[in-house]
Design a protein around this ligand. Structure first.
Ligand code: PAZ
Length: 329
């Protein structure tokens, strides 16, 4: 008989009485030691079953009028965020909160690229479908695979609880949503990851000093001063979600300053990694800057349609796992 089997802990002689029986620590130990191993136990221990990533994508707008007719925008297509979401969901993350740019105006459909829709044309409704008679429409043969894949994989991710989309348009909405997500995710501790690929405006017009109505051209040339958007990354690290694993992005057009700027962001905002990329080569390679050194990852050119986000997400998932393991020690 094993030393820790229940027979080694004889039943209390008063066990038939109404008094609740006290469970000894040895009984508890025996129960767990002898229980069959839990399926997915390794995943649960490593925290991967509970990991959530907040992934931001696209570019924020800066409205010039409260009843907005004009706004300042930036180049971001949202491709990085959409591709990264697809690779993250197949990694050991439970869920992705995908905050991406919605169109500035309801009437204009596209705001930024969406997960699983990257292989669809720009105006999918017009290009992918054709009317066959007065009441029926069908998918054109040449797009049927892409449409089926987009609908099936997107719906599986959303219905399986792995993808929640939280759209923003303006810089005001983006930072408020980020704060809301971050403070809600802080209870996940180190299992939370932030992957901040959105191109966030550096300058804005404060709401209170913004014109209410459309700015009139009759008043002559427009002379306007923009305030600096407060840097929120350190607030995220220190206050909103202090235990989360945080990855920010740094884009430059001048390769000579890129790594220095990424390193500066790493230190100043206490990021766990900063992904440095250049405008023209951003789909080919990125450099992950960390306190233990830099790693450049490339798109696999030998594979058709390969994405640089595939090796990038693989590397960051490994780094996040190592971060969790270190904190668990
Ligand atoms: O959205 P996209 O795929 O066209 O480009 C991605 C990116 C360059 C916006 C992103 O990789 C990035 O660097 N975001 C941060 C930009 C910055 O504020 O420095």
């Amino acid at each position: 008989m094993p030393a820790s089997s229940p027979e080694a802990f004889p039943m209390d002689p008063k066990s038939n009485s109404e008094a609740p029986q006290k469970t000894s620590p040895a009984e508890i130990k025996y129960f767990f030691d002898s229980a069959p191993p839990l399926r997915d136990g390794a995943d649960i221990r490593s925290g991967s079953a509970r990991r959530v990533v907040c992934l931001t994508s696209g570019g924020t707008t800066v409205p010039l009028e409260q009843r907005c007719v004009r706004y300042i925008d930036n180049f971001s297509s949202g491709h990085r965020g959409a591709a990264s979401t697809e690779y993250t969901i197949t990694a050991p993350y439970f869920a992705v909160l995908y905050s991406s740019r919605l169109s500035a105006f309801d009437e204009i459909a596209s705001g930024s690229c969406q997960p699983y829709c990257r292989s669809l044309p720009d105006d999918p409704l017009l290009k992918c479908f054709e009317p066959i008679d007065d009441s029926n429409v069908q998918v054109r043969q040449s797009y049927s695979q892409a449409v089926k894949m987009a609908i099936n994989e997107h719906n599986a991710a959303v219905e399986g609880g792995h993808l929640l989309k939280l759209p923003y348009t303006t810089i005001f909405e983006y930072l408020q949503i980020l704060r809301l997500i971050a403070t809600s995710m802080s209870s996940l501790g180190q299992n939370a990851m932030f992957y901040l690929a959105a191109a966030v405006s550096d300058f804005y017009v404060p709401w209170e000093s913004m014109a209410l109505h459309k700015i009139q051209s009759a008043s002559g040339p427009l002379d306007m001063s923009l305030a600096q958007v407060p840097k929120m990354l350190l607030v995220l690290r220190k206050e909103w979600a202090p235990s989360a694993f945080c990855v920010s992005f740094k884009l430059e057009t001048d390769s000579k300053i890129l790594l220095a700027k990424a390193n500066m962001a790493l230190q100043k905002y206490e990021m766990h990694a900063v992904v440095a990329n250049e405008l023209l080569t951003r789909k080919e390679e990125v450099t992950v800057v960390t306190s233990s050194g830099n790693i450049t990852v490339h798109r696999d050119k030998s594979v058709a349609d390969a994405d640089v986000e595939s090796p990038l997400i693989k590397l960051l998932v490994e780094r996040h796992s190592a971060y969790i393991a270190d904190l668990d020690l």
